[in-house]
Design a protein around this ligand. Sequence first.
Ligand code: HEM
Length: 384
Amino acid sequence: MSGACDWNPRSDEVHHDQEAAYDAMRRRCPVAYSELFGWTLFRHADVLRALLEHETFSNVVSHHVSVPNGMDPPDHTVYRAAIEPYFSEARMAAFEPQCRELTQEMLRRVLDVPEMDLTSAVTLPFAVSVQCGFLGWPEGLKLGLIDWILRSQRATLAQDRSELSRIAGEFRAMIQDLMEARRQANAGPEHDITASLMHDVVRGRMLNHEEVASILRNWTAGEIGTISAAAGIVVWFLANNPELHAQLREQRDLLSYAIDEILRIHGPLVMSRRVTTKDVEIGGRQIAVGQRISLNWISANRDEAVFDEPEKFRFDRDPSKNLLYGAGIHVCPGAPLARLELLVFMQTLFDLTTGWEIPEGKPPRLAFYPASGFASLPMRLMRR
Ligand code: HEM
């Protein structure tokens, strides 16, 4: 049984400023029902409970294959074991020089532009470029991928099922071409990550087309928007916090911690889904078996019950409380890659510029669900 509607995730308030709206919900109604999401958990403790009690809060939220995001153990365990090696320390060390080169190349192209929209001119092209580099995909796919991501976000917001299925079809066709090219070239696993996935064996057989396509979809469609949002949030935060900006330029070893702490305050990912496998009580609400659950990352990481002065940047926080990359069995396997990409992005910006500023009278425009961060972020880079 569902509750009466406690909130409307598509209201003007949420549309205008997701963070403020979710903060208000956490205080007013921390476990809240809506038509769009089912039950949303806004508190850190409730989100953490759902992450850890994965038998009760299942990831099998739809009939579509989603490897391994949409799986529970035992399937999840074997597929997860197959993808984890792609984010090992050795893989990350091997990718770092290419990641740095792609980032420098991308940033050098915009250094002399007097004023630009950071999202469309820098962070989205950056995220697409490094992700394509990681997967071994050609340059030519980048523009199409950006367009695909933006259309997919618009269709998700509008809940436009026919557009969503058309978009999914386009993606399948693109992946089909990439896989076919590798098959025709007889590409072995050493060729690139895409070819390597095509040779991976799970439960005694090679991953099938649908499984490889799902993995690649999650690593691109799912993550490029998040990486882009994250990069924009960090740049914007430092534009507004010049002392911290100066300190991080001086003490580069603090950058990794700082990026995670900034993204705790301003989350780049809005939510993830679950479904209940039995009746549960959470936050004083009775939730029946089979109900949709949404874990609100942005709100959980701003919960004053866990983080004193949650909106303040602090160097003395316990990083293990930060749910930026989740927790439990579904904790983000791509976190080492995301962290590497964001670190390289900021280091390269520091190397190539003396600073940056938001032009007066041109405030950033916030992104709205399902995206986070900025839809547009006017910016002036000061070339070194
Ligand atoms: C700033 C960037 C990123 C953030 C904030 C982020 C955050 C998250 C979070 C919170 C989860 C847990 C979801 C849940 O419990 O339902 C997750 C899962 C996942 N992430 Fe990331 N992620 C990022 C980048 C990446 C990248 C670059 C990749 C791969 C290329 C990736 C691949 C995945 C996969 C496959 C899962 C599902 C894991 C599972 O179900 O076992 N993520 N991510």
